[in-house]
Design a protein around this ligand. Structure first.
Ligand code: MG
Length: 397
């Protein structure tokens, strides 16, 4: 087998996700999305070295994810365009494998395609070694329409011979470098790598793509991708954890519950934003994994956590779980509060928590009860929250 290097391009802003930040750091099946992409390349024997291209300032976050993999040779910042990012990655490509042999083949892969299989990567490397280039692609099955700006159909496009291009697009290294040099010189900006090689007049053979090799583009793609990973890597063990927290109600503090700011005469007192609901949830997640509690990991004597958004704590808890091999599967939280009315805010709380846990909102239950004017909750001296969380671990080959 001809040894190959890979450039994983993950410098995109993901505007279509409807969330800030780089989508490759979003949680997917308990790990950052990028982790699954890197895992596929790590598991492919044809790949001898990997370069990761991320956004400026994201190198450290990517480094934490990459730390578990042996084949990562460099992590570098990308550019404004995809082409600039690939160029930055190519510049950092190792000339030789760690074992010393040359790396004549380069696979360029979208970081946001976490479901690529080692088998597809190997097939692309094999074809590129034999024929100079390989493009994984599938025939288009939908009927294609060209649509006018007013939203009506202008024409039906002949579908025969049309394919949808995937990655990893794989090439002989000298051919890919020449294609990028030519494109740069001529000011050509393609949307993939094969188009640059096509411009050289070099044939680009198709390798059968994989229907599941989807590019995570919109928020709905994440649960679809998670369902595929659930099937490929079944759950091996499930555990349950319990969390409980109380905060005092005081004047002059904002009220934040379940990550959502709520207008109220009083707010909760605390070192952080005092989001009692998320604190109970963090303790349930940590408890399920026997990883201690929120006070152990984020002590209220530490100035770093003063006024902190508890959603940041929740995301940090998810990372602690992932480091120990666990992922959240489902959570249920009950808030005890006499006022204000909570129900109108529940959908916003569910979607905030679901985003931070990498779960679909139907796995996040948030509910509230008064305590019939009894006790400290009834006197509106404070609020309390109970949470139960299910976590799971899978056996990853
Ligand atoms: Mg607390």
């Amino acid at each position: 087998m001809t040894p190959a290097a890979a450039v994983i391009v993950a410098a995109g802003r993901g505007r279509r996700m409807g969330r800030g930040g780089n989508k490759v750091f979003l949680p997917l099946a308990g790990r950052p999305l990028l982790w699954w992409t890197l895992r596929a390349f790590e598991a492919c024997p044809a790949i001898a070295g990997v370069v990761i291209v991320v956004g400026e300032g994201e190198e450290e976050d990517a480094g934490k994810i990459a730390a578990r993999f042996a084949k990562i040779r460099a992590i570098c910042p990308g550019g404004e365009t995809r082409g600039q990012s690939v160029t930055a990655g190519l510049a950092r490509l190792p000339e030789r494998a760690e074992a010393g042999g040359p790396l004549p083949i380069v696979a360029v892969h979208d970081g946001a395609r976490p479901l690529v299989t080692p088998a597809l990567i190997a097939a692309c490397v094999e074809t590129a070694a034999a024929r100079g280039a390989a493009l994984p692609a599938l025939p288009i099955t939908d009927t294609l329409k060209r649509v006018r700006p007013d939203g009506t159909v202008q024409a039906t496009v002949e579908r025969a011979g049309l394919y949808g291009a995937q990655t990893p697009q794989t090439f002989r290294r000298d051919l890919l470098l020449e294609a990028y040099a030519r494109a740069r010189a001529e000011g050509y900006e393609g949307t993939d790598d094969a188009s640059l090689v096509e411009r050289l007049g070099h044939p680009v053979p198709i390798v059968p793509g994989e229907p599941e090799n989807l590019k995570v583009t919109v928020a709905d793609d994440l649960p679809r991708a998670a369902a595929v990973l659930d099937r490929r890597f079944p759950i091996a063990e499930t555990r349950v954890g319990l969390g409980y927290d109380v905060h005092r109600l005081v004047e002059g503090r904002p009220l934040v519950l379940g990550g959502v700011p709520i207008r109220h005469s009083h707010g909760l007192e605390g070192h952080s934003d005092a989001d009692v609901l998320l604190h109970a949830l963090c303790d349930a997640l940590l408890g399920a994994c026997a990883l201690g509690d929120i006070g152990l990991h984020f002590p209220n004597t530490d100035p770093r956590y003063r006024g902190i958004d508890s959603r940041e704590l929740l995301r940090a808890v998810v990372r602690l779980l992932a480091d120990a091999g666990w992922e959240p599967r489902q959570v249920d939280v009950t808030l005890l509060a006499e006022a204000p009315r909570i129900r109108p805010h529940v959908p916003a709380m569910q979607s905030a928590i679901a985003a931070d846990l990498g779960l679909s909102p139907d796995r996040v239950s948030v509910k509230a009860t008064t305590s019939e004017r009894l006790g400290f909750v009834g006197r509106q001296d404070g609020m309390a929250a109970w949470a139960v969380a299910t976590v799971a671990r899978r056996d990853l080959p």
